[in-house]
Write a protein that binds this ligand. Sequence first.
Ligand code: GDP
Length: 365
Amino acid sequence: ALTAGIVGLPNVGKSTLFNAITNSQVEAANYPFATINPNVGVVEVPDHRLDDLRTLFQPKKTIYTTFEFTDIAGLVKGASRGEGLGNKFLANIRETDAICEVVRCFRDKDITHVDGSVDPIRDVETIHLELVFADIETVEKRISKLERKAKSGEKEAKEEMEVLTPIKETLEKGLPARTLSFSKEEWVYVKQYNLLTMKPIIYVANMGEEDIENPDNNPYYLQLVEYAHKENADVVPICAKIESELAGLGEDDKAIFMDDLGIKESGLDKLIKETYHLLNLKTFFTVGPDECRAWTFKDGMTAPQMAGIIHTDFERGFIRAETYSYDDMMIYKSENALREAGKIRQEGKTYQGQDGDIMFFKFNV
Ligand code: GDP
């Protein structure tokens, strides 16, 4: 399963946020694959399209798609030199598919900041520097392996050195590798290094409840937004404390509480949705009177591969996929009407799925 790692300096609200995640965690019965790991929280991805399909089909069960958050504790200054849980921390980040970086934007004099004051940019740079140091080490190791071969004229080694050199220069300026762009050929090399500063990132601005209705009133949040936009990253404003309270409530109480706070969407729901996009995931649906369900697939997957997400037998015996779009369903309101309008397509083995496809797989057993 894909996982987004929650990182941040001590005392910024990571545990509070992670508690909110585990409290709103999906019921294990629907997701038997969910690992029983205290550092992993499985979340449902809110999707209004699935809500609409439920209204139309009135199924017995509605199942949202999910992904995981992993709580990665223990980052302190000096982690790349092995301080704190240093190396373990970096190894844990390496295993994630994206990074959610929690940044303290709340003022509360009773809660000590590890570096003495609230300063989101300094905090972000402290973390980035640790990741940059770790990446420099990775890159240098690789370079020292290739150097001799490249000098003696080996073509592939030379090619790879040309990819590594600008990465090293960028890292040495203290900048993340993700600020560079690569061609398809270069990407083949870059992918193998699994660099920490190459992972997609989203910032979570943890602010006090007084700011949550109007995040723009919080100067720390604005600083963070400006910083993040320079690297094309997004910032999700959240009040971890409120989220952990919201997560414990039933749907009705949650709605009342949110109304009181003047917010339409919980920060956690927003974070889940944005992280899902960050992971570059797409959704298709299966529908019927028993179950309406959202499934996650990756860009570029073909119809048989999508069938395989549901069951390996579906992929092996794939014949075709009856497919229509969510948008068309919202216009025609029933499968019969869609059929009459010629909106149901018969897609074969090479069809590449689109976000919002509704599919019914025909297969041989
Ligand atoms: P971690 O070390 O990053 O996991 O941080 P914690 O989640 O343990 O939070 C550190 C302290 O900050 C705890 O006392 C939290 O109650 C407090 N805290 C977390 N989020 C907020 C917030 O939004 N506002 C305020 N005032 N305190 C918060």
